[in-house]
Design a protein around this ligand. Structure first.
Ligand code: RIB
Ligand code: NA
Length: 310
């Protein structure tokens, strides 16, 4: 196994509107679509579509959404031995509004995701210990994520943690345990309680996440402003610019980035981190030019050749 994701599955209910609604406002949208989402599954699918051998540890409800979701995972060649369907909970749902400029706002009801437990992680020990990389997000209980990161560490397996959605009360261990701490500007702002909005403030944030929060390698994504990253052993903070594109739907762009990074880390280990980040950014830029989440993530066969060459 290359990549094991311990994380969420949501059915995305996306409404497309000319602009995002204001408080108390009723808007008429232009289009509605259901899609497969949830940050955990999105990242897993992004890596799988590029050709990584992936598995998901997750929970669904035994409802229509859950049944469809499981077949979606299987059709993406994801190992689902540790995906359970529960009678007692609903499949996670995300109500999403997407504005004309590609921006979005999302309300999540976690349902079954909230029942993914430490015990479920322990039952996946054989899977986790045989993998190259474990990837976690913040859409399942924190204690479960902590257990997954600890188990991976015990087994000598590298880890990426994506603190999304942002939570200002993140357990301190979630900063120091993962090898790669990968956040966007909103998450970094909330976690540090200061504005992170451009390359300069992101560089400062990288430094602080390492020095005062105990992170190892920090990667901060800034959308069209690119990515800034710093490793614990290198004082230099690097900025990797993004290729400008016209965004149609940015939902899941961060997941496309992390899933692609996971692919490069496990299938093209010899690439320098700067190249992996640059390429993952280019793949995320492809995804924002198509509507939807997982279905906008490119297959390996759809990528420009340069992104797959060593
Ligand atoms: O990151 C995008 C995802 O966030 C959506 O797919 C939605 O399900 C929410 O989890
Ligand atoms: Na998209």
């Amino acid at each position: 196994m290359d990549v094991v994701v311990v994380g969420s599955c949501n059915t995305d209910l996306s409404s497309y509107v000319s602009r995002l609604p204001l408080r108390g406002e009723t808007l008429t949208g232009t289009r509605f679509e259901t899609g497969f989402g949830g940050k955990g599954a999105n990242q897993c699918v992004a890596a799988a579509k590029l050709g990584a051998k992936t598995a998901l540890v997750g929970k669904l409800g035994e409802d229509v959404f859950g049944v469809q979701y499981l077949s979606n995972l299987l059709s993406n060649n994801i190992n689902c031995e540790h995906v359970q369907s529960l009678k007692t909970a609903s499949t996670g749902v995300a109500s999403i509004f997407v504005g004309n400029d590609g921006s979005n706002c999302i309300v999540i009801v976690p349902g079954a995701n909230n029942l993914l437990s430490v015990d479920d992680v322990n039952q996946a020990e054989a899977l986790i210990s045989s993998s190259k990389l474990v990837v976690c997000q913040n859409e399942i209980p924190q204690e479960t994520t902590l257990a997954a990161l600890k188990l991976a560490k015990k087994c000598g397996v590298k880890t990426i943690f994506n603190p999304a959605p942002a939570d200002k009360d993140l357990d301190l261990e979630l900063f120091s345990l993962p090898d790669f701490f990968c956040a966007n500007e909103t998450e970094a702002s909330l976690l540090l309680n200061q504005e992170v909005s451009d390359v300069e403030s992101a560089k400062k944030a990288c430094h602080q996440l390492i020095e005062s929060k105990g992170c190892n390698t920090v990667i901060i994504t800034l959308g069209e402003k690119g990515v800034v990253y710093q490793t614990r052993i290198n004082l230099e903070v690097e900025h990797i610019p993004a290729t400008p594109v016209t965004a149609i739907d940015t939902t899941g762009a961060g997941d496309s980035f992390i899933g692609s990074l996971a692919y490069y880390m496990t299938n093209m280990e010899q690439l320098p981190l700067s190249k992996m980040i640059d390429r993952a950014g280019q793949i995320a830029a492809i995804s924002v030019q198509k509507p939807g989440t997982q279905k906008s993530f490119p297959l390996a066969s759809e990528l420009p050749l340069g992104l797959l060459s060593s």
